[in-house]
Design a protein around this ligand. Structure first.
Ligand code: SAH
Length: 394
């Protein structure tokens, strides 16, 4: 990178060079969208039509989930920041282009309170100290805020005072949890969790539905673009009210519940048990009686459905970055729904899975559209429609 570009990058974010979370702080937003469009076309166009990427009007501070790691640094004391790219060195961060600003302020307050309460940052090498990470989640529509203090051991000294001081500084916080992570791991959250203020989860609204979100459940980080993504996904599904629908890799049931009003029945499957518990609660909150959620591996579950000879009209699938599995795709081919709506956050595994599906069945990719969920970073989200019928263009 030349000097001028480097300087521009520094202007937008003083730690951009060290942090590595953003790739495009020195690239105008319109240019970022072009780069992503090109990348997607290289990978997906061979299978069918790729529509122009749907970008944001205001791409800054979109992340509703913000995480910081604590560290003790000589001369600075306790710092909150992010791991330097490809290392375990902590880069102090006091404001980030991607993150919700209120969440950023809360993280700084946690750091200052830790200092005045003499709470030590956890040291990864020695296992000494207490405060490891903080995670803040903000409900985009509701404004509810969850703070998760990740500790190396279960006891937070002066817990009551700490909570009341933090809430005094930020009355908009609605719940605070302690999560205990005493393992040597790069995972942020441990198993054990204790609610120390409020109800232990937040609620948010998406596509006219209300969702309960626990600390460990997956929830899309960019709420504005998630609505764009789900609207496109339900359009592609072409529901009329008569269909039986599967939402595979369903998380807390967001897509299932967004689609349930236009389907006869929706079946959601998800591996994470906290997310499934949230999904079941979310069906109740939204009074949707035609949705069932199951905790299982999506591939195993779909294989069982195929073996039982179940009829399904539409499958939504939204796997993690690693994509789906051959077991899942083989079962999908056996069940043979009329339409498959594949949502992906990793175009490479999407291309791999579409290649497998189209090579081994009568499915064709009708259309795909990238949705920019992760401005300033290299992340690309896509939704894509596969159908059994021949595309009208052919
Ligand atoms: N559709 C949801 C979640 C998508 S993220 C949403 O839009 O919010 C992918 C989800 O897949 C995560 O919730 C993750 O826990 C789940 N998952 C990962 N591996 C899985 C598997 N083998 N079977 C079922 N679900 C899985």
């Amino acid at each position: 990178m030349d000097k001028q570009a480097n300087r521009q990058k520094q202007d937008l974010c003083p730690v951009a060079k060290k942090c590595g979370g953003c790739r495009y702080t020195d690239t105008p937003y319109a240019e970022q969208l072009k780069i992503k469009q090109k990348r997607v076309e290289q990978l997906i166009k061979a299978f069918g039509k790729v529509k122009p990427i749907l970008g944001m009007d205001d791409p800054a501070h979109y992340r509703n989930k913000v995480h910081a790691v604590f560290d003790f640094q000589k001369g600075k004391g306790i710092v909150a920041g992010i791991y330097q790219e490809k290392s375990h060195k902590v880069v102090p961060v006091e404001g980030c282009l991607l993150e919700n600003q209120k969440a950023g302020e809360i993280i700084q307050s946690v750091r200052e309170l830790a200092k005045s309460f003499k709470i030590k940052a956890y040291d990864e090498d020695s296992g000494y100290g207490l405060l490891r990470h903080v995670l803040v989640r903000v409900g985009h529509a509701t404004g509810e805020i969850m703070v998760v203090l990740v500790l190396g051991s279960p006891i937070l000294p002066s817990k009551k005072n700490f909570v009341s001081e933090l809430c005094k500084l930020h009355p908009e916080i609605t719940t605070i949890l302690i999560n205990v992570n005493n393992k040597r791991t790069s995972m942020v959250l441990g198993e054990k969790e204790q609610v120390i203020y409020g109800k232990g989860y937040i609620e948010d609204e998406l596509c006219g539905k209300r969702f309960k979100i626990s600390a460990k459940s997956f929830y899309q980080v960019n709420s504005v673009q998630t609505e764009v993504l789900y609207t496109k996904a339900t359009q592609y599904a072409g529901l009329t009210g008569k269909e039986t629908v599967v939402d595979a890799y369903c998380g807390i049931g967001t897509i299932a519940l967004a689609a349930a009003g236009q389907a006869k029945k929706v079946i959601g499957v998800e591996l994470n048990k906290d997310a499934v518990r949230d999904a079941i609660a979310n069906a109740k909150i939204n009074r949707m009686k035609n949705v069932d959620f199951y905790q299982n591996d999506a591939g195993r579950f779909l294989t069982q459905m195929a073996e039982a000879g179940e009829r399904v009209d539409v499958v939504f699938m939204d796997p993690p970055r690693s994509g789906s599995t051959e077991a899942f795709l083989d079962a999908l081919i056996r069940i043979s729904p009329e339409r498959v709506v594949y949502i992906s956050c990793e175009p490479e595994t999407l291309a791999r899975d579409i290649k497998y599906l189209t090579a081994n069945s009568g499915y064709r990719m009708e259309e795909a559209v990238p949705v920019d969920m992760f401005p300033f970073t290299e992340g690309i989200e896509m939704v894509c429609l596969l159908s059994q019928k021949r595309s009208p263009r052919n």
